[in-house]
Design a protein around this ligand. Structure first.
Ligand SMILES: *[C@@H]1O[C@H](CO)[C@@H](O)[C@H](O)[C@H]1NC(C)=O
Length: 284
């Protein structure tokens, strides 16, 4: 019995790692398969996977941008043909799904310039230096993409001061922290109250006052692009946000410059908190 259960655990681990083949900090050069001029034709583009996938329908061949694959993990050669990678530009955080159509010689990936490289090189730095540094993982090509949550009202370049609600010492207790949303959300369970860092909200868009209590914002530090989700627990007086120091300000003050100057400059956007049973209707 014992031996059987151990091998089941081992098998489960193997399956999990096979499903999640990935690599970080990989060099992705660009190449030009002239994909669109070639109407996504593998044979015209002279890609290695033409023998395997060249006769697939146009819809399949053009579903994702193209890449050559020569990283150390995962399948190689013909076995890699047709598989998909989720690729993230580590500089900008941009992400895309691409399909393996070719081999390559060096680095880890060779992204087709037009259909795969430029779409995640919005800063242009990759093209200027000839390559991107990316993270990637093998993904199911046929997975239905999760639709992005509906975007709510947003503002850019807003001042986010810090405040100290002493959240952890107060065990995320709205009443002890004397936040104005205590009357609305103070009796929610701890799991709900502690799900996100806390913020006071005094921005110019979206619900205001008590109507904002409990809603969530995606907040991005414009200096570092660090982002997080926070929950509105309070009103505030000036600026756009008052981020709780420990649970919300420091986590995105990744260069440490916000704290000495007393504030960050952030972009924020109302987003769905992902609380079950909460249905949000955004209005400006
Ligand atoms: C935010 O500030 C940056 C830097 O000053 C500027 O480049 C950008 O255009 C501003 N964005 C908006 C939407 O005002």
């Amino acid at each position: 019995m014992k031996r059987i259960s151990i091998s089941i655990v081992l098998l489960a681990c193997l399956v999990a790692s096979a499903a999640a083949q990935s690599a970080s900090g990989v060099t992705a050069y660009w190449t030009d398969y002239d994909v669109k001029t070639n109407n996504w034709d593998y044979k015209a583009a002279h890609v290695y996977c033409a023998a395997v996938d060249g006769d697939k329908p146009l819809e399949w061949r053009s579903k994702y941008g193209w890449t050559g694959y020569c990283a150390s993990v995962g399948p190689h050669g013909e076995e890699a043909c047709g598989l998909c990678l989720s690729v993230t530009n580590t500089e900008t955080g941009e992400k895309e799904t691409v399909r393996i159509v070719d081999r390559c010689g060096s680095g880890g990936l060779e992204l087709d310039l037009e259909t795969a490289f430029r779409p995640i090189d919005s800063s242009g730095n990759g093209e200027a230096q000839g390559h991107l540094v990316v993270d990637f993982e093998f993904v199911d090509c046929d997975a239905v993409p999760v639709p992005p949550p509906p975007a709510g009202p947003s503002e850019s370049n807003v001042t986010a001061y810090w405040t100290d609600y002493n959240v952890k010492n107060n065990n995320w207790d709205y009443h002890a922290a004397k936040v104005s949303c205590a009357a609305v959300n103070g009796d929610k369970p701890l799991e709900w109250r502690s799900k996100y860092g806390w913020t006071g909200f005094c921005g110019n868009v979206g619900p205001q006052g008590k109507d904002a209590c409990g809603l969530c914002l995606k907040v991005t530090n414009t200096a570092t692009n660090a982002e997080e989700i926070v929950r509105i627990v309070d009103a505030c007086g000036s600026g756009g946000l008052e981020l709780d120091l420990e649970t919300a300000f420091r986590p995105i003050d990744t260069d440490g410059k916000g704290y000495p100057q007393g504030h960050l400059t952030v972009d924020y956007e109302f987003v769905d908190c992902g609380d079950s049973s909460q249905v949000l209707v955004y209005s400006q």
